[in-house]
Design a protein around this ligand. Structure first.
Ligand SMILES: [Zn+2]
Length: 179
């Protein structure tokens, strides 16, 4: 049986001072996060994991495809932002009650929002799918698989049972389950 999932109480997870991928002395932290939605409420759990210099570099360096997807997102963001601002300007300027300054602020606000939304979808959601195999291996070394907001319990899943054991030992006083 592959015991690679651990359930802990609390989100303040402790780690041994070694890289979770290769066990070399850890030099950097890399944030693993996941947003959980509960109806209208949502909560983002962020856990910084220790990595050596080399694996940290791998995790944070985007592949050329990731960079390209990010750039496409920025271009589409600028286009949709400008499009939204222009359309709203045209629509709202027909109303004589709207002052010039209100028009600029309102269409500017929606234009910038459209840009940010488009750019975020591409950079934070689409681009990471095109990460290199090596980068993904590091970024996925630990996954936040479940979170129970009422109890503040957390399930972490590791690619390797040995790493799960290592983290379980570092959090023995908060350890609920290893499976
Ligand atoms: Zn390493």
């Amino acid at each position: 049986m592959m015991q690679n999932k651990i359930t802990l109480h609390g989100v303040d997870v402790k780690f041994p001072p070694v890289c979770l991928v290769c066990r070399a002395p850890a030099q950097k932290k890399f944030n693993i996060d996941r947003t959980f939605s509960y109806g209208k409420a949502s909560m983002t759990v962020t856990i910084p994991i220790p990595l050596c210099e080399q694996h940290h570099t791998l995790a944070v360096t985007p592949s050329s495809t990731e960079k390209m997807v990010g750039r496409i997102g920025l271009i589409l963001g600028v286009l949709s932002g400008a499009g939204a601002a222009y359309t709203l300007w045209n629509m709202w300027s027909k109303n004589p009650n709207n002052s010039q300054i209100t028009l600029i602020l309102m269409s500017g606000f929606f234009g910038i929002s459209a840009l940010i939304i488009m750019w975020s979808i591409f950079s934070f959601w689409l681009a990471p799918m095109f990460g290199s195999k090596e980068a993904k291996a590091v970024r996925n070394v630990m996954k936040i698989s479940r979170f129970w907001p009422a109890k503040y319990d957390l399930q972490l899943e590791f690619t390797d049972p040995e790493t799960a054991q290592l983290v379980a030992s570092a959090n023995s006083e908060n350890l609920l389950k290893i499976e």
